[in-house]
Write a protein that binds this ligand. Structure first.
Ligand code: SAH
Length: 377
């Protein structure tokens, strides 16, 4: 399903594209930068606050652009570790943006490492059997403006938390493209959005602190390898053999490990940075020692970091996380081989429970006719 917004979102404009549109109105070249400063640096939320613009220009802008294409529907905080923003789009579709705070030893939660997890599609077409996001299939791609607007909503949220010392987005450590959707299936909008996040006239967020996670779309990984952008890459591996992987990830049929692994190798070679292999541990599915040994071999070959994630149960799905002993035994195979590995255990459910679960719940509630109305922030 395609969604064509009545007005184009301002958050989808680059400095170049906005300059060009303003030029047709007889505006000087510096005007676009002024407007983007109001949006990204001063973070105003109405056209009227852009006080150095003449009134007729403000009126033209309001007629031509949507200042903010997403609205905050719900903000759910759990145990001070994750903050989930449920956001409504112009066609009332819902997406999630998650702020994850990982506390550091010996300091308060305000000094946590902060990661923002953003979505790139409404729903997902990849149909991984364990994932809540794909249960209802793909509804549509997000446009670049909707992807960028998620970050601005996070800024507004943080600005409101600390009104006196307005928090810069730079106070976040990482942005991960691991929310709803397959980012590389929405390639052009993704790249445009990340370019805006990265640009100094935009949010100014360093490319090396942005990670794109993919289920393994090989041609797009190769395309990304050719770009001169410096974003990091994570691969959702979840199976260390084709036999296991294709049972849980249909994408493995089109792009089996024999195609995926060389593509990842090429990406690492071109970018000179460690790629991350994500591996969810699901009891009785991919948590055996032979799987750990195969994963070890792949990680060694690719010089990759391995991120082991105990599975988060999804209502209505049968999958479970393995016992802690079993998780540790799996991780030990990698540690013994001196593979760089993380196994997130504490508050794992809280921390990783991004992936479409909040949206799913809200859409279910809507089906019961008791839905929360799409309310402005
Ligand atoms: N489509 C992209 C990005 C979105 S999913 C990808 O596949 O990488 C982000 C990550 O969350 C993926 O590694 C995905 O496999 C994982 N994931 C999905 N459902 C999960 C669950 N219930 N528990 C733990 N991780 C999950």
């Amino acid at each position: 399903m395609k969604f064509t917004p009545a007005k184009s979102p301002l958050t989808g404009e680059t400095l170049e594209s906005l300059t060009e549109k303003l030029r047709t109105q007889g505006e000087p070249a510096f005007r676009a930068k002024q407007i983007l400063d109001w949006l990204y640096k001063k973070r105003v939320r109405s056209w009227d606050e852009m006080t150095n613009l003449a009134k007729p220009l403000r009126a033209w802008l309001a007629d031509s652009f949507e200042l903010m294409p997403v609205t905050l529907v719900l903000n759910k905080q759990s145990e001070d570790v994750t903050d989930k923003l449920l956001l409504g789009l112009g066609d009332h579709a819902l997406i999630e943006t998650v702020i994850i705070r990982v506390p550091q030893e010996g300091v308060g939660v305000e000094h946590s490492r902060k990661t923002i997890c953003i979505s790139t599609q409404v729903g997902c077409a990849m149909a991984c059997v364990f994932c809540a996001s794909g249960l209802a299939g793909l509804k549509r791609d997000l446009n670049a403006g909707e992807i960028v607007a998620q970050l601005l909503q996070v800024c507004y949220r943080e600005d409101a938390r600390t009104p006196r010392a307005r928090t810069e987005l730079a106070s976040f450590d990482n942005i991960v493209v691991m929310g709803m959707g397959e980012p590389l299936a929405n390639y052009d909008h993704l790249i445009r959005a990340l370019t805006i996040l990265n640009a100094d006239w935009g949010l100014g967020f360093g490319a090396r602190r942005i990670t794109i996670s993919t289920s393994g779309l090989v041609p797009k990984i190769l395309k990304l390898a050719e770009e001169d952008l410096g974003f990091r890459l994570a691969i959702s591996l979840h199976g260390a053999t084709d036999e296991v992987r294709e049972k849980i990830m249909p994408v493995n049929k089109a792009y089996p490990l024999a195609k995926l692994i060389p593509a990842v190798r090429e990406f690492s070679a071109k970018h000179g940075r460690m790629v991350t292999l994500e591996f969810i541990l699901i009891a009785e599915v991919n948590d055996s020692l032979p799987q750990a040994e195969k994963l070890r071999d792949i990680a060694r070959d690719l010089h990759a970091h391995v991120n082991l994630i105990p599975y988060n149960t999804v209502e209505g799905l049968p999958w479970k996380r393995p016992s802690i002993t079993r998780q540790e035994r799996f991780a030990d195979v990698l540690r013994d081989a001196r593979i760089s590995v993380t196994l997130r255990r504490e508050k794992g459910h809280d921390i990783d429970a991004a992936c479409g679960q909040l949206r799913l719940k809200t859409e279910d509630d809507r089906a019961d006719a008791t839905h929360p109305a799409i309310a402005p922030a």
